[in-house]
Write a protein that binds this ligand. Structure first.
Ligand code: PRP
Ligand code: URA
Length: 210
């Protein structure tokens, strides 16, 4: 598993405002989208492109375009939905599939309650979006889901992660090749499975309590 932790003052600045408990929901939503766009720049470094011939007003030249099959973006509902617009802005030709997952706050085990994805993901580049990688249960299950459908090229983009969760995802992958891009790697998990210092419950801060 390749892990890339962003190292940019603009990302750290926006993350600080995001973490602040006084940041209201509309600002929080805007920041998640902006952070996603910044992380997408690193997360799409390996996006597949193919050569294309064009003519500029001055000369003929060869450039690149996003290759077929188009990449698939998979936000994990709910909180991953807050990242979708930020990603699509950078990769407008991508397709979008959805995975709905909820963590049981007592057992900390994830369950999948919705899925809208192509049956066959062979040869598709997949980008999984979830702001929080805490115990890693949700992300590991989401990645396993995609790999079982044939995906071989998976990049997960998360805003925050705990070291324990990152280690869990790596262990569950059993050597399969996945990239994880993070806005920050925090200190630890607390006894309730929350990231410390973290930002609290990302889904609730984006959309309110359910
Ligand atoms: C949050 C978050 C991740 C998960 C992380 O979602 O968005 O999906 O928890 O926790 P884990 O690493 O311990 O599995 P949650 O289940 O709270 O659902 P929500 O997005 O609907 O709020
Ligand atoms: N889910 C969240 O939204 N936040 C955490 O800190 C852990 C899981």
């Amino acid at each position: 598993m390749r892990v890339h932790v962003a190292d940019h003052p603009l990302i750290t600045h926006k993350l600080t405002v995001l973490r602040d408990e006084n940041t209201p929901s509309p600002v929080f939503r805007a920041l998640v989208e902006e952070l996603m766009t910044l992380l997408a720049y690193e997360g799409t470094r390996g996006v597949r492109v193919e050569p294309v011939d064009i003519v500029t007003p001055v000369a003929a030249t060869t450039g690149v375009r996003i290759a077929d099959p188009k990449p698939l973006i998979v936000p994990i509902l709910r909180a991953g939905l807050g990242m979708l617009e930020g990603m699509v802005k950078l990769l407008p030709s991508a397709e979008v599939g959805f995975l709905g997952m909820a963590r049981n706050e007592e057992t900390l085990q994830p369950t999948t309650y919705a899925e809208r994805l192509p049956d066959d993901l062979s040869d598709r580049q997949c980008f999984v979006l979830d702001p929080m990688l805490a115990t890693g249960g949700s992300l590991a299950a989401a990645i396993e889901f995609l790999l079982q459908r044939g995906a071989t090229d998976v990049t997960a983009i998360c805003i925050l992660a705990a070291p324990e969760g990152l280690a869990f995802v790596e262990e569950q992958l059993h050597g399969r090749d996945v990239t994880v891009v993070l806005g920050a790697l925090d200190e630890r998990l607390n006894e309730h499975g929350y990231i410390v210092p973290g930002l609290g419950d990302a889904g609730d801060r984006l959309y309110g309590t359910v």
